[in-house]
Design a protein around this ligand. Sequence first.
Ligand code: NAG
Ligand code: NAG
Length: 473
Amino acid sequence: MLVSSLGIVATVSADYGDALSKCILFFEGQRSGYLPRGQRMTWRKNSGLKDGSDIGMDLTGGYYDAGDNVKFTFPMAFTVTNLAWSVIEFGQFMGSEKQNALQAILFGTDFLLKATDVSERIVAQVGDGFSDHNCWERPEDMDTLRTSYVVNASVPGSDLAAEIAAALASASMAFQSADAKYSKTLLERAIEVFDFADKYRKSYNGAMKRGDSCPFYCSLNGYMDELVWGAAWLYRATKSQKYWDFVQKNINDILYLGPSYGWDAKQGGVYVLFSQFVMNNAGSNPFVTQADNLVCSLLPNSPTQYLKYTPGGLLTQTGQNLQLSAASSLLILIYAQYLKSFNRQVHCGNVVADASKLIQIAKGQADYILGKNPLGMSYMVGYGNKFPQRIHHRASSLPSIKDHPQQIKCKEGTPWYQSKKPNPNLLTGALPGGPINSDNFSDDRGNAPESEPTTYLNAFFVGVLAYFKGNPN
Ligand SMILES: *[C@@H]1O[C@H](CO)[C@@H](O)[C@H](O)[C@H]1NC(C)=O
Ligand SMILES: *[C@@H]1O[C@H](CO)[C@@H](O)[C@H](O)[C@H]1NC(C)=O
């Protein structure tokens, strides 16, 4: 912020290009396995090199989901889907960052190919969530259980498999011009994995159950949203009638929870994605209707608005506000492009929103996240002058093995966890859970809901930033 001699605060407009570069760079900090040549986040080193050995497979690679060191395939696939969707819709605005975005997708799809390498068997998770969360350890030091969990024909997982199908199908489109051969491999695998998802219909929760509950990334709203989402992406990638029919036949069987969008609920994404094929047609219901509802749920002054904003202007729900903000912004930006191409507007009772209104709302969210907020801080690590210093992230908060080569065992990391000092390693681009409903932010490592970054949150924001990099005004 600049304060002029008259005392008027003038905000410098955000540098969306810089933020986009950082938002993509973040994924290098989440990498597991062998770090490739060209790794730019150099304080991270190889880790998890024996992953998969317990079941005789090579399961090295992929991403740690958040501030811990477990590889959860379900949210990893969703992360890839959103990165790919961002490249498909807004890759033309990314400039030289498109290459980095493709690399971020590739690191995920290479793992998804390994996880689905055996027919009718899919790796759902590598690493034990309880063992991992009991320690505060660098990925490079891990001595926690690296158990591999699988689903198969007798213990299936339609939600997991169908989300992987969505990821591979969307990634095949993102790679179409850059690497046609890889694109074809991804699409073929997407088709196979979708068939498995459809053939044995069951939620993967059963396979992940420990004791009485399914503790991490359970698919609470059923598997039908993922099945339809996977089919919708396969339709977009193949244009095959079979997938069109699947979507039409099953869309109304999704457990209805409103047009929400996140790692569990995919229906908001289905409505927006499919609306481009049916807008202004007889078949527009429920896709366009529900995508409109999504808009009306967050449009200020809409009679059906039910999502709220903080006094400073951030979309809110209970906790993890940035996830809602970034996910909604990505969807309405994509929907705005479809509305524009059909010259259509959204009617929320007597309040009308056109594409430019949706873009304005999304820009408000992006600007808030990048610093235009009551605390005057950016919520992206390494962006701007003031940003979160104590994110809940093991690798970032412990010294790099470059500076501290001795192993730091499970509980030996506790003093770093409890320290009030800033994290020693900059996880550039990381977006934490974000501020609470009063716009306050504790910047406290112990407060995971506010301070933990996640791969899917960054994936949503990649598309948002790409759009504004190309369309800053
Ligand atoms: C599926 O996995 C379970 C648990 O690992 C195993 O007991 C079962 O035999 C497997 N089924 C098939 C068809 O491979
Ligand atoms: C905001 O959060 C900080 C850090 O947790 C705390 O010290 C401060 O009292 C909070 N302010 C308000 C108005 O709640």
